[in-house]
Design a protein around this ligand. Structure first.
Ligand code: SF4
Length: 315
């Protein structure tokens, strides 16, 4: 059983689009399907629309954004779509992520074409009605569009967040305890340092005061939101370099002069953009095998998702 992730049905290859076609994404449908168990939803089909069907679009009527027929804006699907979203989203509590179809007035996550009643479009666009509801109801959930997953940095960040959320849920399986949360947080310290230094510090303060919280479920919800917000920030080359140099410090007694110079050189070549992140990490993992260190070995940063996905080859 893979990690449960929601998805727009057409991205998985189902012929549910308005034109009777699909928007199959090969990386998602083949590579990610090996690790994720997809829960496919087509919101337009779910509210009773047929395929093929008339084109619909987002229209700003001056008060709010509505989902209407492109040719006849008196045919309005907004209320039905919102009601469907409100009905199905509570059953997504167990999901670790969601892949939505770009540009769709129902599923798009950003820059979906938004029209005025006079037919002009609004710069910047809007969010699909269904996905907007999803983002508002589950603000901690990693959500990404199919097209953006072609960008190696966005792809890595999304998949990392899915794995991290899955890890968080599995870490508190059987009941939330202070010990389980502290242990999880310790394992993600280097990831937080790489993704967002300020959040690394604020989450550290939050966890250090966990004993002051009577309601651990309440604490968990706060921690989950802040943690997921933090790792939504993409790990910059500069931050990754700082983390690699921090890791280097753990080997100062174990490596000889040449090995230290080699590791420093690989980290610097990564910092200058000449080699990918996988290069210093491979060397570090090798040194860790020869010179085990309990703290480093448990760090999610060194192995956050399956190597086979090759996500760090392009970072
Ligand atoms: S974008 Fe969403 S609503 Fe449109 S066909 Fe795909 S799953 Fe259905």
């Amino acid at each position: 059983m893979g990690i449960p992730v929601g998805i727009s049905s057409c991205v998985l290859g189902e012929k549910v689009r308005f034109d009777g076609g699909h928007k199959r994404n090969r990386f998602v449908a083949e590579d990610l399907a090996e690790y994720f168990s997809f829960r496919a939803v087509c919101p337009e089909m779910a509210i009773g629309m047929s395929t093929p069907r008339p084109v619909i679009r987002l229209q700003d009527n001056g008060i709010e954004v509505r989902l209407v027929d492109s040719k006849d804006n008196t045919i309005d699907h907004t209320d039905k779509m919102k009601a469907f979203a409100d009905e199905i989203i509570p059953s997504f509590e167990w999901l670790r992520g969601y892949v939505v179809c770009a540009k769709s007035p129902s599923c798009g996550m950003e820059r979906v074409k938004l029209y005025l009643e006079n037919g002009n479009s609004v710069p910047g666009g809007s969010v699909g009605i269904y996905t907007k509801r999803l983002m508002e109801t589950m603000p901690w959930l990693p959500i990404e569009e199919d097209g953006r997953l072609c960008d190696p940095v966005l792809r890595e960040n999304f998949i990392f967040r899915v794995y991290a959320l899955d890890d968080l849920y599995r870490s508190v399986d059987g009941g939330i305890t202070r010990g389980k949360i502290i242990k999880f947080h310790s394992r993600y310290k280097l990831c937080l340092m790489a993704h967002h230094q300020a959040s690394y510090r604020s989450l550290g303060r939050l966890v250090s005061k966990i004993h002051e919280w009577d309601d651990l479920s309440e604490f968990f919800l706060t921690y989950r939101q802040q943690f997921m917000d933090a790792i939504k920030n993409r790990a910059s080359r500069k931050n990754n370099t700082n983390v690699l140099m921090h890791i280097q410090g753990y080997f100062k007694r174990d490596l000889d002069k040449d090995q230290k110079a080699e590791l420093r050189d690989v980290i610097m070549r990564y910092r200058e953009g000449n080699i990918p992140l996988i290069a210093p990490l491979t060397l570090i993992n090798h040194h860790l095998t020869v010179n085990p260190d309990e703290y480093l070995a448990m760090q999610a940063y060194l192995s956050p998702y399956p190597e086979k996905l090759k996500l760090r080859f392009s970072l």
